[in-house]
Design a protein around this ligand. Structure first.
Ligand code: NAD
Length: 544
């Protein structure tokens, strides 16, 4: 207790290759097969209890309708009230636990995940969210390990930031956890986000009610088991699941709501914000609202760009994880002079891309998360085919007979404001607008004004003046701006992630900025020798 300790300096978790014959490949597939052979029964985790309501839903792999992973129990307002009570009870000890003890739990979780738990979480992410070996590895292993280790390091930096003290006094800032509980709501598409949203506020001393995406409940269950094994006390993170609106209405009506940590679509965040606004007079404190939401991420190529680099960035940026990354490239602007080379190169690469089950490592593109998402993407593709001025350059086909598969689809659109140039499709659909070579400046303005979002974007150019011009013109068009790189793949500790405009509150997950939202500082001034006379020297009158 009586020492000043330092969090071990974090380094990014190395990405394993999973090449044929590698030990990681053998271990991963052994765990995958073991997990496939066992059906899970996912409870709600409330305090020290596992709650089984008996109202169950099936958990299935998106790439194989026949592959049942297990069942998950669903709760409602009653379970929400119990979870809030458990969180508030756990807060008493957790908020006063020394930081080193809290941090040690999450650092241990990172180490467990870097070891044998890696195969479990990666296999769960493949089985449940249809990520291939590489996509699972960079998400559920590396990014989550990085969140856990870097957050502990950033928290330490926050606590170390202290005010000055004049003589005779000592000023301190105490970074209190928020007064109440935090509601974490997570999307299906990143296991790392599912792990980070409840743990980041918890690291800062808060207790949490966590609602994972229903389509990622299987993986959420293993995350809870990992946190438990790392020594997280009961009630610090409580997992509830059930009809989203019923759960969130019950939570947002509670007077002790102190914060919302959300990642998901813009529409849902708007609804949460509105409800918080309508309930504002009920709360004991103004809830912190942190939301990372949708995107319509761009790639803008200049005539001086390397066409091979543009084509590669588009194929990887638009189609990895089936375009279901918030950062996925979904609209591109290519000058007419460069387009024939970019198109040819992309078509060549896409012809070599295989679509199918992630259990076959040869498949680069896998299944869409669920039927609703699949049908939404199909609607966009079918509508785009009917638009005069649109050409399907590649793909445009889909098949849901075995799993939810959509081929990588490239649409060339003569109208820069056509539907798929403007709206988030959240699937493997890229729309390209070919602009006249002499309309660079106009295209910059177009990129900036086309969509309400501002999450990620890339510019490709070899001319430095042009890069600078784009950097300035697109200053508010993306929270993560890339130069000669694809707009996806942000790494914790290297490219803090988040966007503004309709893409979120830009609190930068994986940085000290996010952690600051989960504390409410108290300033403490202590005077060592307090004055004992109310009179100041100026009160004395001049001698006559
Ligand atoms: P979603 O909005 O459908 O769901 C997100 C979460 O909100 C889930 O847990 C869901 O159950 C819950 N939810 C849904 N309706 C709700 C309601 N009425 N009240 C309360 N909660 C509700 O999003 P998704 O399909 O899981 O994820 C895809 C979306 O997330 C895309 O728009 C994507 O751009 C965005 N996203 C953004 C980032 C980012 O960092 N900006 C990262 C990942 C995903």
């Amino acid at each position: 207790m009586n020492s000043r300790s330092f969090v071990p300096a974090p380094v990014n978790e190395p990405i394993l290759s999973y090449a044929p014959g590698s030990p990681e490949r053998a271990k991963f597939f052994a765990r995958l097969n073991e997990m496939k052979s066992k059906k899970v029964d996912v409870p709600l985790y409330i305090g020290a209890e596992e709650i089984r309501t008996g109202k169950k839903i099936d958990l299935r792999s998106p790439y194989d309708h026949e592959q049942l992973l297990g069942k998950a129990h669903q709760g409602g307002a009653l379970e929400v009230r119990r979870a809030i009570t458990a969180a508030l009870k756990a807060r008493k000890d957790w908020s006063r636990m020394p930081f080193s003890a809290r941090a040690a739990i999450f650092l241990k979780a990172a180490d467990l995940l870097a070891g044998d738990w890696r195969w479990t979480l990666n296999a769960a992410t493949m089985l449940c969210q249809s990520k291939n070996l590489y996509q699972a590895e960079i998400d559920s292993a590396c990014e989550l390990i990085d969140f856990l280790r870097f957050n502990a390091h950033f928290a330490e930096g926050i606590y170390a930031a202290q005010p000055n003290s004049s003589r005779g006094m000592w000023n301190r800032l105490e970074y209190r956890p928020l007064e109440g509980f935090v509601f974490a709501v997570t999307p299906f598409n990143f296991t790392a986000i599912a792990g980070n949203l409840p743990t980041a506020p918890a690291l800062m001393g808060n207790t949490v009610v966590w609602k994972p995406a229903t389509s990622a409940l299987y993986t959420a269950h293993f995350l809870m088991k990992l946190f438990q094994e790392a020594g997280l006390p009961p009630g610090v993170i409580n997992l509830v699941s059930g009809p989203a609106a019923e759960i969130s209405d019950a939570i947002l009506a509670h007077p002790d709501l102190a914060g919302v940590h959300f990642t998901g679509s813009t529409g849902v965040f708007h609804a949460l914000w509105k409800t918080v606004g309508a309930n504002i007079a009920r709360y004991k404190t103004y809830p912190r609202l942190v939301g990372e939401t949708g995107g319509k991420d761009f790639v803008l190529a200049h005539a001086s760009a390397d066409p091979e680099a543009v084509a590669t960035a588009l194929v990887r940026g638009a189609f990895e994880y089936q375009g279901q990354k918030c950062s996925a490239a979904s609209r591109a602007y290519v000058p007419a002079g460069l387009w024939p080379q970019v198109r040819k190169s992309m078509k060549g690469m896409l012809a070599a891309v295989e679509v199918g089950t992630p259990e076959d490592p040869g498949n680069f593109v896998n299944a869409i998360i669920d039927r609703r998402a699949y049908e939404g993407i199909v609607r966009y593709i079918d509508a785009a085919k009917k638009v005069k001025g649109n050409k399907i350059v590649f793909g445009g086909t889909y098949d849901s007979s075995k799993g939810y598969f959509v081929t990588p689809t490239v649409i060339e659109s003569s109208d820069p404001k056509s539907l798929t140039m403007c709206e988030e499709v959240f699937g493997p659909v890229l729309t390209v607008h070919v602009y006249p070579d002499n309309k660079w400046k106009e295209t910059l303005a177009l990129v900036d004004s086309t969509s309400p979002y501002a999450l990620t974007g890339s510019v490709f150019a070899r001319d430095r003046h042009v890069v600078l011009e784009a950097e300035r013109a697109l200053v508010n068009a993306a929270g993560n701006f890339y130069i000669n790189d694809k707009p996806t793949g942000a790494v914790v500790g290297q490219q803090p992630f988040g966007g503004a405009r309709a893409s979120g509150t830009n609190d930068k997950a994986g940085s000290y900025l996010n952690l600051l939202r989960w504390v409410s500082p108290r300033t403490i001034k202590e005077t060592f020798d307090p004055p004992k006379d109310f009179r100041y020297p100026f009160l004395a009158r001049d001698a006559a």
